[in-house]
Design a protein around this ligand. Structure first.
Ligand SMILES: Cc1cc2nc3c(=O)[nH]c(=O)nc-3n(C[C@H](O)[C@H](O)[C@H](O)COP(=O)(O)OP(=O)(O)OC[C@H]3O[C@@H](n4cnc5c(N)ncnc54)[C@H](O)[C@@H]3O)c2cc1C
Length: 480
């Protein structure tokens, strides 16, 4: 079928990892693609900047990239040729406790299990089948709901994954193992008593044992820069500084793919949608927000547990009971007194992030949707609790509350960094219950952001599946 001439074959609005993934896959298939970004720089959640002091490079949003290296699409791209270099911290995650010790997840499954003492065997029984199955099931897990290629291996992951993390944690006896699991599950940004909160914990733990939790040398913007450079090398075009508020602003194209969330999509293209589709998008649920803080530091963070100095990421939340309470309170609309804090300390492993001898750290905690409360003191008190003397190392800081987070990136509605709640009700049907979640009810218009399966995180798989759909529907190109 010959399509009539348009300015471009496809237009992608939004240059986050998913927008970039769409643009690349379509351009790779011989189409002419224009990628439009509302801000002056590309990258969405993948930007880095000197937020505090000159010479201190901070990741504004994403910092640690287990899902980028686990992505079946990104791993096929020649990103190293375009300057992307990953650094693997010696330990993926450390989880300090009040008694001065810390649980850790290392590359070695056996060593991680061994360090859990009485829970060694339980950890191996839980994680060994998932780690073994992951290479076969990754493409099925990071995809919309469908019948898997390897049903047995998928069941090894799916059966524990569907449970609530609070339930799965009952398999363990030690506070260390329970705490570690809770910290991993808290990435899901919902009460740990919710079904499927174990899924993210299992994916993150398995990824630590397979390819690790790397940080990009120079900052997370290096991932976006490499993706964009590869896209341009294929002949793609990028226009920045054009915030799209209406379809009339766009050149003509056969397909338009939006790396935005349902709220923005309704404003831009709502008049084109069927009433039932509009109704579904209007009911789409956004979740908790984040309060983010970046520090320029005079010295490494003085964690009591020495093992924390070898870890790229620190989960601060102490026991499963404390983390469960904090996440529940936040979900219920109250700022937690002792929130779960995710902290990354990239300059320990990447000297390009700070002047010689100095350091940077990145942290956020969950807050109620749209909260404007300043959580600086609360977060710093949590860090100080496990690293006495931390506050004295602070040279400068920069903060974002959840409203400022949305001002920075319009996809973070109310500070929700996952593009909408990823609970059982929206895991596979985000943003609407449809045969293909990427296809809107309007011909040629698609949604490709983290508001589609598989959801938040830097993996580009929402974009990959949206592009596959559009290639098939509009251009009759099938990607295996
Ligand atoms: C504080 C924080 C920490 C995080 N940490 C991690 C982490 O460590 N690891 C990880 O994997 N993930 C992390 N994430 C999540 C990750 O950044 C997101 O899941 C991911 O960026 C989503 O990609 P996306 O392409 O769907 O959207 P985005 O990356 O949000 O990109 C959307 C882009 O579209 C643009 N846009 C929106 N509306 C319009 C419009 N109307 N016109 C033109 N352009 C528009 C935006 O400006 C933006 O550039 C973090 C996020 C935040 C905020």
């Amino acid at each position: 079928m010959k399509l009539e001439k348009r300015d471009f074959d496809a237009i992608v609005v939004g240059s986050g990892p998913n927008g970039l993934a769409v643009a690349i896959l379509m351009q790779q298939n011989g189409l002419s693609v224009l990628l439009i970004e509302g801000k002056e720089t590309i990258g969405g959640g993948l930007r880095s900047a000197e937020l505090t002091l000159p010479g201190y490079v901070h990741d504004i949003c994403s910092a640690v990239h287990p899902l980028a290296v686990a992505s079946p699409f990104f791993e096929k791209l020649p990103l190293a040729e375009y300057g992307l270099e990953y650094i693997l911290p010696r330990i993926a995650v450390a989880h300090p406790f009040d008694n001065g010790t810390a649980g850790v997840v290392k590359a070695s499954l056996e060593e991680t299990a061994f360090l859990l003492g009485d829970d060694e065997e339980t950890y191996l029984q839980l994680m060994r089948p998932v780690v073994k199955a992951w290479p076969l099931i990754a493409s099925d897990v990071l995809a919309p709901l469908h019948y898997p290629k390897y049903p047995y291996e998928m069941a090894c992951f799916g059966l524990p994954a569907i449970t609530a993390a609070s339930f799965l944690a009952k398999r363990f006896d030690t506070p260390d193992a329970k705490g570690l699991l809770a910290g991993m599950a808290a990435h899901s940004m919902q009460p740990l008593t919710n079904l499927t909160t174990s899924a993210i914990a299992l994916v993150l733990m398995a990824s630590a044992h397979l390819k690790g939790w790397p940080i990009p040398k120079g900052g997370s913007n290096q991932i976006a820069n490499a993706l964009a450079a590869y896209f341009i090398s294929l002949g793609g075009k990028i226009e920045t500084g054009l915030c799209v508020n209406s379809l009339e602003q766009l050149p003509s194209a056969h397909a338009i793919l939006f790396d935005v969330t349902p709220k923005q999509l309704l404003k831009i293209a709502g008049h084109k949608f069927s009433s039932i589709y509009k109704w579904q998008l209007e009911r789409y649920r956004y979740g908790m927000g984040v309060f983010k803080i970046d520090w320029a530091l005079d010295a490494p963070i003085p964690f009591k547990a020495a093992v924390c100095h070898d870890a790229g990421t620190i989960h601060i939340g102490n026991t499963i009971e404390e983390i469960t309470l904090a996440e529940q309170q936040t979900w219920d609309g109250r700022e937690a007194e002792k929130p779960f804090v995710l902290l990354s300390q990239p300059s320990l492993f990447d000297t390009s992030r700070a002047p010689a001898g100095k350091h940077t750290a990145w942290a956020y905690c969950h807050v109620p949707h749209g909260s404007t409360k300043d959580m600086t003191v609360t977060i710093e008190t949590q860090v100080e609790r496990f690293a006495p003397g931390f506050k004295e190392t602070i040279l400068a800081k920069h903060t974002f509350n959840s409203v400022q987070m949305e001002e920075y990136n319009p996809n973070y509605i109310g500070g929700d960094i996952n593009g909408g709640v990823i609970d059982i009700g929206q895991l596979f049907t985000r943003p609407a219950l449809r045969w293909s979640p990427y296809k809107t009810s309007a011909k040629g218009i698609y949604i490709c952001s983290s508001s589609t399966p598989p959801g938040g995180g830097v993996h580009g798989m929402c974009g990959y599946h949206a592009a596959k759909r559009a290639l098939k529907d509009v251009f009759k190109i099938t990607i295996k």
